[in-house]
Write a protein that binds this ligand. Sequence first.
Ligand code: 5CA
Length: 440
Amino acid sequence: MRLSRYFMPILKENPKEAEIVSHRLMLRAGMIRQQSQGIYSWLPLGKRVLDKVNAIIRDEQNRAGAIELSMPTLQSAELWQESGRYDAYGKEMLRIKDRQDRPMLYGPTNEEMVTDIFRSSVKSYKDLPLNLYHIQLKFRDEIRPRFGTMRSREFMMKDAYSFDLTREGAEHSYNKMFAAYLRTFDRLGLRAIPMRADTGPIGGKLSHEFIILADTGESEVFCHKDFVDFDIPGAHTDFDSVEGLQAIFDKWTSLYAATSEMHDEAAFNAVPEGGRLSARGIEVGHIFYFGTKYSEPMGAKVQGPDGKEHFVHMGSYGIGPTRLVPAIIEASHDDNGIIWPASVAPFDIVVINMKAGDQACDDTCELIYAALTKAGKDVLYDDTDDRAGTKFATADLIGVPVQIIAGPRAVANGEVEVKDRKTGARETMTIEAAINRFVA
Ligand code: 5CA
């Protein structure tokens, strides 16, 4: 992508409305724009990061055996009257009437709709287990939307829904998502700790929130320090192994970890003092087992091996991609801007032409840009005629992991500089060596 032809509206000033660093940097880097309170556009740079986050989420959902579908944002109120949540959900639900005066709503979550899809076609235990997910916009009329897309009214959610014949089966489905979440957040460059959590309007008894420790987090959390160094399940984890996944769940729940709603002061104080961590955190995922809470009122049942009908046991599993992007920034930035983990960076490499219009600089940059693009890298080429200082500041701000800098003096020697955004380390090397380093 040539920057001269791209749309990346950088802000020079710090936006006054932004209270936390991630919100400030997302606005300054031209990633998002607020359209009305708690409702955002994702501009091209932001959209690239969001897409990369979603690709990792999708990859790990698929690995764990979940199946993607797509459900609408607008739902009929009837479904919610069946489950009994239409009135219970309260003011957070945006209620709308269509031209026939039929009550509709902008979905805050999809338990009812997915249960409806399930009951319309699944009739036998032989079709279980089943886990269906989608990545979709949701709307919750939050009383206090804030911190940009961290807590917005319209936000994106990956929500998965599992269906099993028995409670034991549902626990295995829960464990699959539990392990998939550990892997997902790790690939996003984050350390998320599963904590016992309150179930709120979703319901059920068994629930974990996945929390990233951050001073700006909205949740107060309490956990054992050792979680910070626990091993993440590997890529070859067998998601069909009941014992294997139970062992992962048991290990990751063996030490104290709870959000403030579930906090047990006495149990926490039993942790040796050096191991106690009381901190603030960002909830990036939340999983629930709620048994037959929706399948009973909505009549979602299957024939079991005993020939009788059984209400299915369900769970739901949420991740917030539009919250994850600022959460990653909270965890990874410095005074100059964002430092993206390579897995979600909007571009892999930025090529900086320090003197656009200078033939040697232009030729060198074009050569590098073409070679790296051909090798499958996402490359941003800063071919604008801004001052070199502005270009460096922009490259640091938008956090691309590698900068290749071509200035007249180095280029005259057949050389460029390669800078690592995270460490700041710079290396001068031949143009060929710079290309070869990234074309493995
Ligand atoms: N149906 C269940 C799980 S699929 C559910 O709705 N769970 S939730 O309410 O906990 O939301 C799931 C995830 O969505 C949260 O962990 C969070 O990452 C994200 N999320 C929830 N509310 C917001 C919001 N207002 N802004 C941004 N992300 C949000």
